[in-house]
Write a protein that binds this ligand. Sequence first.
Ligand SMILES: [Zn+2]
Length: 356
Amino acid sequence: MKGISFPIIKTKGTSGVTYDLSSVDERAKYFYEKVGKEIDDLKQFMQKSTFVAYMMGKKLAGKGTYSKLFMEIFGKESAVHLSVGDIVRAVDEVKGDETKMEELREYMERNYRGFISLEDAFDAFLGRDTSKLLPTEFILALVKREIDKHRGKVLFIDGFPRSMDQVSYSLYFRELVDYRNDPDVFVFIDLPEQVIDERIKYRVVCPKCNTSRNVKLLPTSKVQYDKDKKEFYLLCDNVECEPVRMVGKEGDEKGLELIKDRLMADESLIKETMKLYGVPKIYLRNSVPVEGAFENVDEYEVTKITEFKWDEKNERITSRDIEWIVNDDDGVPSYSLYAPAVVVQFIKQLHEVLIK
Ligand SMILES: [Zn+2]
């Protein structure tokens, strides 16, 4: 973020071993080399307790990815990633279903408390009265209802607080959801807007199985060339799918522009939350300055991209891996780190917060 520089957490190893971070097996070995002791301690901690992590990062910062990698290390059942936006949307789908609406109403009668009546809140929720905003207390009750299904798991909360007036609620969130004895922590994620820009511009999705990839940052094993459009495209390589052409969404070529307002709102919310006292904070960096980078990180932790070229004469694609250098929001040339390296930063700091 412009004007803010998170501390650099050293993830460089001493063994000299190189890992392929795209492979699940290699990742497991990688995590054990880098933070094996921390993982063991945290596993022991999690046998008796859980914690609540508020994931504070801009849209497309990789919040879901980091939560998934955490579960890869600690077990699928150890944690749950709850997107508050998704929860509200999912409940939205209940609207037409009488039985489910009745269940929801009953739950809310027991759990909702707030400044506007439950009836008015439901009217806002059902869109009958658009003059009323869905109150935060109502959203919190919806979230609590979802959390009740995941008792005893670590919670990664994504999308709350969502606005300034929700920030102070986050201070009491764990009390609200009956996790009062479990520690909570803010996890701030910083990544250059240029990375977000390219994540949008080059993202594609398989029309058949919905797998999403990125032509530039995360291609499949099957890259093709479209001679008419003079562009490279990907075929789906999901083993349970077919090699169909993956497609981009109209408007994505605009990149950052597409979500500029949202990103600005996200940034001021993050900066405001960083001022809070009393809740421990973890800082994750998606990028490190190129200068001096390899004193702190290993070369294989740094994102490389495959550059494709069309060889006109021989009618074939050639490719080579190149370094990917982005400017951070202050214009400093930087390397973007692969997600597992960011998770190593997370585990190191989480260990300090929970175990010490
Ligand atoms: Zn597919």
